[in-house]
Design a protein around this ligand. Structure first.
Ligand SMILES: Nc1ncnc2c1ncn2[C@@H]1O[C@H](COP(=O)(O)OP(=O)(O)OP(=O)(O)O)[C@@H](O)[C@H]1O
Length: 263
C-alpha cells in the first residue's frame, strides 16, 4: 500500500514561548487505512492535524520536522502550492458542523462557492455536482437541502453535508477531527457509517478522537497523545488488548465505562 503521508519529528511551538505544543511526532498514513489519534483535550491532536493541512499561522507558530505528502515536503512549501495541494488532496471535517457554514447563506450557495474556489466550473455545473454528492450519500430531499439555511438542519445532517462536500474534490486524505463529538448518539452512528464507507473507498483517513470506542470501530492503527507527545502507537488490536502506558489504560477504561467497546 502506498504511503500517503509521512510525518517525521514534527514539533510545534508557540513563538516567543519555550512551551512545545507538539513534541517530535512521527507517524505515517497508508492509502485506504485509518489512523486514529487518541488523547484527552489539549494533548495536541488538532494542532497536529492543522499542521498537516497547512492551517497554522507561521507568524504565530514555529513548526519543525517533516510532513511529506506522497514524497513532497509540505513544511516550508510555497503558500500557493500548499493551498492547492492541501485544498484538493486533503479535506478536514471539523468538530462543530454548525460553525462550518455561513448562517446567512443557503447550503446550495455555499456548496457552489466552495466548488468554484477549487475547480473551474459554472454555477449550474457546481450545483449539479453538489446535488449529486448529497444524493450519493443517500440524503433524502436533496434539492430541498440545497435550498435550506444551515440553522434549519440538524448537526448530524450538516456533518453529512460536509462529508459529501469533502468527497466531491476526490481527496486522498480525509482528516475527521472529533467529527462525531458534537452529535447525538443516533447521528454519531450515521456519521461513523459515512466515515466507514470513506475508508472502504480507499481514502486514507485520520480520525481524531478522545473516545477509544470511535477508534475501535474504524481504525487500523492508533497513536495515543499526551501533552503533545506520542506515548503509544500500535495496531488497534495491540493497543486495545495490551495497552502499555497507564495513560492509555485510563483512556481505554473511560471509554469502556461510557459504553461497551468491541473490536
Ligand atoms: N491558537 C492557539 N494559540 C496558542 N496555543 C494554542 C492555540 N491552539 C491550541 N493551543 C495550545 O495547543 C494545545 C493543544 O491543542 P489542541 O487543540 O491540539 O488539543 P486537542 O488535543 O486537539 O484537544 P481538543 O480535543 O480539546 O481539541 C492546547 O493545550 C493549547 O495550549
Amino acid at each position: 500500500m502506498t504511503t500517503l503521508l509521512e510525518v517525521r519529528d514534527l514539533a510545534i511551538e508557540l513563538r516567543g514561548t519555550q512551551q512545545p505544543i507538539v513534541k517530535h511526532s512521527s507517524f505515517s498514513l497508508k492509502q485506504g487505512s485509518t489512523l486514529a489519534i487518541v488523547g484527552e483535550s489539549g494533548s495536541g491532536k488538532s494542532m497536529t492535524c492543522k499542521a498537516i493541512m497547512g492551517l497554522l499561522n507561521h507568524k504565530m507558530f514555529n513548526i519543525s520536522g517533516s510532513i511529506r505528502y506522497l514524497g513532497t515536503e509540505l513544511i516550508g512549501l510555497e503558500e500557493r502550492l500548499l493551498r492547492s495541494l492541501c485544498g484538493s488532496k486533503m479535506a478536514m471535517i471539523v468538530q462543530n458542523p454548525m460553525t462550518a457554514f455561513d448562517p446567512a447563506s443557503k447550503i446550495g450557495a455555499q456548496i457552489i462557492e466552495t466548488l468554484q474556489v477549487h475547480r473551474k466550473m459554472t454555477k449550474a455545473e457546481a450545483y449539479a455536482l453538489g446535488l449529486a454528492a448529497l444524493e450519493k450519500l443517500n440524503l433524502s430531499r436533496c434539492e430541498q437541502l440545497m435550498n435550506s439555511y444551515p440553522h434549519t438542519l440538524s448537526g448530524g445532517m450538516l456533518q453529512r453535508i460536509i462529508i459529501a462536500l469533502s468527497l466531491i474534490l476526490e481527496p486522498e486524505i480525509i482528516i475527521a477531527d472529533e467529527a462525531t463529538t458534537a452529535l447525538d448518539v443516533r447521528n454519531q452512528g450515521i456519521v461513523l457509517d459515512e466515515l466507514d464507507s470513506i475508508k472502504q473507498s480507499g481514502i486514507g483517513l485520520i480520525l481524531v478522537t478522545h473516545d477509544f470506542g470511535v477508534a475501535a470501530r474504524l481504525a487500523d492503527e492508533v497513536i495515543v497523545m499526551k501533552e503533545g507527545l506520542i506515548i503509544e502507537t500500535g495496531t488497534i488490536h495491540e493497543v486495545f488488548t495490551s495497552p502499555r502506558d497507564t495513560y492509555t489504560q485510563e483512556l481505554l477504561q473511560a471509554s469502556l465505562l461510557k459504553r461497551e467497546v468491541k473490536l
